[in-house]
Design a protein around this ligand. Sequence first.
Ligand code: ADP
Length: 488
Amino acid sequence: MADTPRRSIAFIGSECYPFVKTGGLGDVMYALPKALVAQNCDVRVLVPKYACIPQKYKDLMVYRGSFDMDLCSDGKRYFVGIMEYVWDGVVYDFIENEEFFGWGKPYTDLVVDIPKYCFFCKAALSALLYMNWIPDIVHCHDWQAGLVPVYMRTLLNGTALGKSRAIFTIHNLRFQGIHSKEHIQYWTGLPDEVFGLPYIGQSNGNANMLKGGITFADLVTTVSNTYAQEIQTGFYGENLDAHLRYHAYKLGGIVNGIDTNQWNPATDKHLAVNYDASNVHENKKKDKLALQERLGLNQDEGKFVIGLVSRLTNQKGLDLVNSIIPQVMDEHTQIVVLGTGDAEYENSFRYYENAYKGNMASCIMYDESLAHSIYAGCDAFLVPSLFEPCGLTQLTAMRYGTVPIVRETGGLKDTVAPYNEFTNEGNGFTFDHYSAWLLLDAINRAKTVYFTEPERWKQMVDRDMAKDVSWDLSAQIYKDMYLSLTQW
Ligand code: ADP
């Protein structure tokens, strides 16, 4: 336990592994609180109690209380229930309301989701007040929790939470929670002034929930240093670059880690054969053969197997991947894709699976267990994103001794040092401009080292497995940030 002073933090966000996860946010909401407990922090995580949370977790929750809360501008009131589960030193409070969370998946469309998360922001803060648990820091995440700092500094400013500090973390600037001013004002009951251009309003008359988080938080962070810089430019700024430049004095980047217990090839129950740094080179081959067998690929430990585990959206650089698959496929190479998302990518990967039967597998599904087998069974791992706030998959790949091939953007740039053939250093193969030919070149450079300099490849695998991708360092940086904001 770190010997810095104790601080209390409420984490507020829309997903948290293992209860509900659609992407990296869910991983962070799980792993960072756990790492903060080791930094002498008291952490409560507040997430919606979605219908899709597995029953085995619902069975573990205990009733913590309930109350009625006013929400809308016409005074409409809503039930708020709090169901609690304490696990590994972290308290999880699930916010319950049948109308908003009692059906369907976490995210539907903005018409449905905007009211849902307006409710959630106010309900989470009201739950803290109800429980009389007033944290030093309220740390909220992404647009779904963007109104938390807005409420703290407006309608709830006169409550005990008015003294708590607010931190807003941007995990992905692309999603902002934008709707008409009238709609958001109705659902939030927030006063007119808040909808001005410097606060949560936009010049086209809409209101933007993520912008509210940026405006009203005491500090804004994002999940890598490079992304913190990139989002202040027109290309990456998603129309908020000017607003972010204005607030640059309170904006910084802290890179994500991964939970190294959850992701540990030495103990991972999903793997055919476990391994650590001492036996990775022999055992990883067995995981490759098991993966090939599971996916119906030609079994051959000598093939160069490239993995990709991703949401299938244009953020992830899949246009580049799609346009070079025919050039990548040869008798020595296999590709394994796991993901769901936009139909155009799902269908093109299905097409390629059929075109390269036995050497290409496209698993169009969400499958946690298969993801583990892919991280272990592949030689290289693709993350050629158009933009990537941090990216967790390249960290997980390195933890499993799988060499990342990434575009130099956001957290990919901050976490994967490019291979230097002169000094024999680096963790992976990288390229800079968003170009299919540069991606192909990076894959070919990787293949060349794999087939012609196997000793050097092994050394890179060893370096990747030895790299610290845990939360330890970043959790310390978060703790320092909390302390700097709370010098009471
Ligand atoms: P993002 O948050 O943009 O989706 P990240 O790299 O930060 O991307 O996190 C993605 C997380 O989701 C990783 O833990 C990855 O293993 C997991 N993941 C993505 N797609 C799938 C899938 N189809 N099946 C299983 N896990 C997946």
